[in-house]
Design a protein around this ligand. Structure first.
Ligand code: HDD
Length: 683
């Protein structure tokens, strides 16, 4: 049983998980029954060349367990990666919600966060164009609270009844199981054209948001409108935001596709390595709040999950910070078996009538029953709350709790009617008493019928390079659609959003350019542009191309300056081992040209050696030219300047060549912080 620990700074979840951890190293091999095994290479046979015997219990047990090792992957969000951390609120939110973990700034709440892609199978590449899941489990003292969000603030559909259709359309097509990890195919766009509420989300999906640079550099959104309720019973509508401290940054499409081959684990590797080196990913929690009385004040329905609340109209109040500070010990036990549910709420957080949210409340438990094999998945260590739980639920596959006593029903007198429901003052969850009155009908409110205004707003909010990326992405995706009819329908649909968008797309895929139309909205929301995000060199991987004989002290000055700003230099040369410079300075070679690739770095710094060999030059030129095509910062000093010259990139935005180490370092760090140099696009 969980021991109560009153020290608020002891992470109760870690303490709880500790009890289930086993370290097998240095131990004798046993069966699951604890019997020591004397031989693990030869099954028990009748004679040296004879048949294996049934009585070989070790063989039987080992094989049976192996045969049952796989569980069904998640029907969506199968490919995911998770980490542990903590959340702390900056100031009490008591005025808005009675949720205790949001009321006490001195309290650290343990969290477990799983990031995911949506479409691909469990083994698919991570940098594909897709929505990313961002699911957080808060282990609060009042029970588990799950914020099961995405990195895009809106959704494809408005009513959960369409979810199975949407997923069937986006997943690989059933007759040939293609494409994997991609939405660029006929059934997806056929669904889009026939379910035009998806317009807004599809634009986000075509934007750079769908190819994040890192899980550490993407926002998270609860998407739905939830409700905060305070102790006085007063309610506010609320939307949740996670804002990454490193800012929101993306890959470019060509790069993302190449990484999918070079390192299909790119995002998990990035997160895992960052945590291992103590560079803990941080996200601030923000809330947008609308008082209950103002529900109808806006030109969109605040319960419609295809709409966001523009930050300029309803500011995001930053209320706390989450830090991910520990990798899992075992991916299956923790990441695979964690079971999120948007219906896991605590007192002070409630639902609204958003029809997408209401349907989700059914789906999540249902899917875990299949995936985790029965109704006791809350007992799996990663899913257990850190507070005690008591009820009359009993039995089922894999039950672990040994409930003592005679009574497992309510009401009773044999156990003095316990476990007993708790009053509100005792922490009992009471659903918000919203008045609901209506006829039973299958229909959608008229207030949900504007599908294009916010899609236009999103488009209008993009800066020119972002717009170009959306045009390129949609042209790519529709270019992969075989049916000319579906392509045309999608083009016609997006003419409602913007002719500026749809004209080059139509031309690019050989479709008819629709009749000119006014965009559905002229509004814009600058907060939606990634160009306005935080820019920092922190956490950026700089690939340093270096060879023997480099100028020791000067290079050291530059590398120290980069590291001081949180950038991570990794050294690449012809061979693994180390490279020796002047001044008795040597560098470890992390990668050879064979194991590294420019797409795996945020920036390139080319130094070269005393003399650049023809092979080094050839490889380095290829390396930096590719980085250049992906708009990455490139720095060159010493013999590297000659290589940059030969690559024909000197003078372009984001290319820094220098001879004075401190000055070069300053300029290069600025270029690294900028992340990408779109100015090259127009050259
Ligand atoms: Fe969902 C998983 C996020 C709509 C049904 N969903 C799942 C995960 C995330 C989301 C992040 C993975 C959780 C994890 O890491 O284990 N889903 C969303 C968001 C939505 C959304 C932000 C819209 C606002 N989902 C949605 C609808 C339904 C589902 C409308 C069905 C009615 N989602 C599921 C599911 C999954 C799931 C089938 C698959 C695996 C799982 O639940 O545990 O139940």
């Amino acid at each position: 049983m969980v021991k109560e620990n009153l020290d608020p700074n002891v992470n109760k979840k870690q303490e709880q998980l500790e009890q289930f951890k086993v370290d097998d190293s240095g131990k004798k091999l046993t069966t699951n029954q604890g019997v020591k095994v004397s031989e693990d290479e030869f099954s028990l046979k009748a004679g040296m060349r004879g048949p294996t015997l049934m009585e070989d219990f070790h063989f039987r047990e080992k094989m049976t367990h192996f045969d049952h090792e796989r569980i069904p992957e998640r029907v969506v969000h199968a490919r995911g990666f998770a980490a542990h951390g903590e959340f702390q609120v900056y100031e009490s939110m008591k005025e808005f919600t009675m949720a205790k973990f949001l009321n006490d700034p001195s309290k650290k709440t343990p969290v477990f966060v799983r990031f995911s892609t949506v479409q691909g199978s469990k083994g698919s590449a991570e940098t594909v164009r897709d929505v990313r899941g961002f699911a957080t489990k808060f282990y609060t003292e009042e029970g588990n609270y799950d914020l099961v969000g995405n990195n895009i603030p809106v959704f494809f559909i408005q009513d959960a009844i369409k979810f199975p259709d949407f997923v069937h359309a986006v997943k690989p097509e059933p007759h040939n199981e293609m494409p994997q990890g991609a939405s660029a195919h006929d059934t997806f766009y056929d669904f889009i054209a026939n379910n035009q509420e998806s317009a807004h989300m599809v634009l986000w999906q075509m934007s750079d948001r769908a190819i994040p640079r890192s899980f550490r550099m993407m926002e998270g959104f609860g998407v739905h409108t939830f409700r905060f309720v305070n102790e006085q019973g007063r309610a506010h509508f609320v939307k949740f935001h996670w804002k990454p401290v490193l800012g929101v940054h993306s890959l470019v499409w060509d790069e993302a596709q190449k990484i999918a081959g070079k390192d299909p684990d790119f995002h998990r590797r990035d997160l895992h390595e960052a945590i291992e080196r103590g560079d803990f990913p941080e996200y601030e929690l923000g809330v947008q709040l609308i008082p209950e009385e103002e529900e109808f004040r806006f030109d969109f329905d605040i319960l419609d999950a295809t709409k966001l609340w523009p930050e300029e109209e309803i500011p995001v109040k930053i209320i706390g910070k989450m830090t991910l500070n520990r990798n899992v010990d075992n991916v299956f036990a923790e990441t695979e078996q964690v079971a999120f549910h948007p219906g896991h709420v605590v007192p002070g957080i409630d639902f609204t009538n958003d029809p997408l949210l209401q349907g989700r409340l059914f789906s999540y438990t249902d899917t875990q029953l299949l995936r985790l094999g029965g109704p006791n998945f809350h007992e799996i260590p990663i899913n257990r709350p850190v507070c005690p739980f008591h009820n009359n639920q009993r039995d089922g596959f894999g039950r672990q709790t040994i409930n003592r006593g005679q009574v497992s029903y309510h009401k009773n007198s044999l156990a003095q009617n316990t476990p007993a429901p708790a009053a509100v003052e005792e922490g009992g969850y009471v659903h918000y008493q919203e008045k609901v009155d209506g006829h039973k009908i299958r229909a959608r409110s008229d207030s949900f019928k504007d599908h294009f205004s916010q899609a236009s707003m999103f488009w209008n909010s993009m800066r020119p390079p972002e717009k170009q990326h959306i045009i390129d992405a949609l042209t790519f995706e529709l270019g992969k659609v075989k049916s000319p009819d579906v392509r045309q329908q999608v083009v016609d649909m997006f003419a409602n959003v913007s002719m500026e968008l749809v004209t080059p797309v139509a031309e690019g895929i050989g479709a008819r350019v629709p009749e000119p139309r006014e965009p559905a909205s002229k509004k814009s929301s600058p907060a939606l542009s990634q160009e306005n995000t935080i820019k920092t060199p922190k956490g950026r991987k700089v690939g340093v191309l270096v060879a023997d004989g480099f100028s020791g002290n000067e290079v050291k000055t530059i590398l120290d300056a980069l590291k001081a700003k949180g950038a991570i230099p990794e050294f690449i040369s012809e061979k693994l081992g180390s490279v020796r410079g002047t001044d008795n300075f040597a560098l470890p070679v992390h990668h050879s040209f064979l194991t590294a690739d420019s797409v795996l770095f945020d920036a390139i710094y080319v130094i070269g050696g005393a003399e650049n060999t023809p092979k080094f030059k050839k490889k380095a030129i290829y390396f930096i030219q590719e980085a250049f095509e992906h708009y990455k910062p490139i720095g060159a000093t010493h013999a590297g300047a000659e290589i940059a010259q030969q690559a024909g990139i000197i003078g372009a935005p984001g290319v820094v060549v220098g001879s004075e180490p401190a000055e070069f370092a300053g300029q290069f760090i600025q270029a690294v912080a900028a992340h990408r140099h779109w100015g090259r696009e127009v050259q």
